[in-house]
Ligand binder design. Sequence first.
Ligand code: GDG
Length: 733
Amino acid sequence: MPTTLINVSNRLPVTVGEQITKSSGGLVAALEGLSTDEYDLKWIGWPGAAIADPAKQRKVEKILTEEHGCIPVFLSDEEIAGHYEGFSNSSVWPVLHYMANYMRYDPPWWDHYRTINQRFADKAIEMAQPGDLVWVHDYQLMLVPAMLHERMPDLKIGFFLHTPFPSFETFRCHPKRRELVAGMLGANLIGFHTFGYMRHFRSTVLRLLGLESEITRIRSNGHTTVMGVFPIGISAKKFEETLDSPEFKQRRLELGTSYAGKRVVLSVERMDYTKGILHRLDAIERFLENLEDRDSIKFVFVSVPSREEVEEYKDLRAEAESRIGRINGQYSTLSSSPIRFIHASVSFTDLCALYATADVGMVTPLIDGMNLVAKEYIACQRDHHGVLMLSEFAGAAEELSNATLVNPYDAQSVAQSLTEALRIPEEERRACNEPMRDRVMKYNAQHWARTFIEQLGATVPAGTMTLFDPPEKAVELLAEAFSQSKRIALFLDYDGTLREIERDPRAAKPTQEVIALLELLEQHENVDVTIISGRTPADLEAWFGDRNVELIAEHGAAARRAGTREWEQLDRNVSYDWKDEIRGVLRLYEQSTPGSSVEEKRTSLGWHHRNTDPEFGTWKANELMHELSTMLANEPVQIRHGRKIVEVTAEQVTKAGAVRRLLSEKHYDFMLCAGDDQTDESMFEIEAPGFVSIKVGGGPSRARFRLRDPAAFRKLLRDGLSAANPSVASAIA
Ligand code: GDG
């Protein structure tokens, strides 16, 4: 049975006009290369026309679905203006390309963007089955992965960003920066063209959402997002076939004749400010200033009209045309003018013939996710060896390192490089191009799609994780224990388990909801509740002093029996001599890391880095971990890097020790322990009949069950209670 692959992109590979025409973009070719035995491919996207009449929509939908495997998402003119021209192209596109000064933002665009993203997600959900692959593309649909994950966590969701991902300093300019990044994180696999973009994304996720990541993995709430580098390629087969075609050969001859006696320098691009046309014209002007034989050169520009409804694009076109007019006016001779400017798309065969004719392919974007034109130019240098002059700021520069790499902002040196490029001897050009051409033809569009899809297929969606038992089972066990009046012990960690973490730990007072829940539990005679925390006795006393619950403080060093006011030290035989030496080291880290602080408890010393620069803090924490593990190798301590804290604790003091002590004193039929961080893992190791462990939040754990967050954990306790006793259910309601 082939695997279903649902490809979600802004545009369908067909356009609905008078007739339905197929488009032949790179993505189409890439996905066409997949074997139909292995994948059943469906597309979701906008069909390229605003169709308002519902009857016509239904008719178009039927034809597209049945004849083309395409499921249309219809958009009105107003939605296109808000979602596509507005939010996507006027706010997100410039920010992704480091051009925040071009960003415009109008708040209603955001509503359109969300609504349209939801419409795309709904279409995918309508047709998807658990385990299907859904591949979402690009900046117009950044919220779709999270929308899909929310509703169907057992889908394998991929997201590929075709643009750069800029540094945090630029991305943070966008008014919806957090929402956009959180939207992408719904994916199981996110692909970028280069490692640099991936690195920026990781850093942005950390700084905006506070989520730590490993090099290629980000975990949040039990969901793992894998990141990868997948440089897109060209449709190699199509180029090879065209270069062999008689039409191509004919066009090549014709171009040879019309440009006879001239060196040809070619630029091909969408008319977009990221592609650097104005800077290129500056460089060309400098080049022409120093050129003696003006008839010896021809610059050919193929500038495909793009996004002309957007103000900045209109301005760019006007500016480019005016400069070209000026340059041609100044440098034309009686027989020729230096620049031929084509503001239109040319046929594919003509494009290949132009690539093959040009002595220099001048590809100088100011910034570009990949830039396929550079790879296409190389693909067409099969018999003739032109020079690829390529901007350092195109993703393609990482792969095409034999090209003449230039800084497009430096007009003088681009002009100089062009002069030199025109003088490179044929042997040298061939030696540069051959390895690049091998690479471009081998790592082509089909290779790109295949590797992404295979890696997506290998991901494990949170909804299908087998590591943890389903939480409903925990509710069932709890309800059964309550209803059969068994003797029950609940060992509940506080911060991050029973109650959400606060940035300032002092602010994490029990909420009304937490208090109401504890009151309900206390009413059950057979239930003993123990709050077991890393906090000091004073903290626990202040918040739970009047409650009829057992308290265990400082990870098991002190305990207070339910209904008493006396604290008992459980660590009387433990030595804390190691503290003196450690204190000095932690103070040094405190001084050298702004925002960090040292905290001393009876049983532990900790260095907090929650309020530091997140990357610097993590880096220093790793360094500290290394230093401490060398220093304390023979001491009876545990060194942990927990949530934004490096902590050294006495080895003999653990939560598990305190729990075991209670269990040795009283028999229970059912025991449940829950926690959210490493200090709770010792409890999860306890093995006894009727003992159940629950991990709250993400990260690896030995626990049997996992719940997303404290709210889900409180719900589990309430559901257990109310399933056993419906009158409780109404009390909670
Ligand atoms: C985005 C990212 C990334 C151009 N003129 C004609 C024509 N073209 C074709 C080229 C090429 C495509 O358009 C342009 O692709 P690029 O990659 O250069 O740039 P974007 O459109 O900005 O694409 C970019 C890409 O997504 C893929 O991930 O590389 O960085 O910005 O294929 O051949 N085709 C025809 N006539 C033309 O006149 N037939």
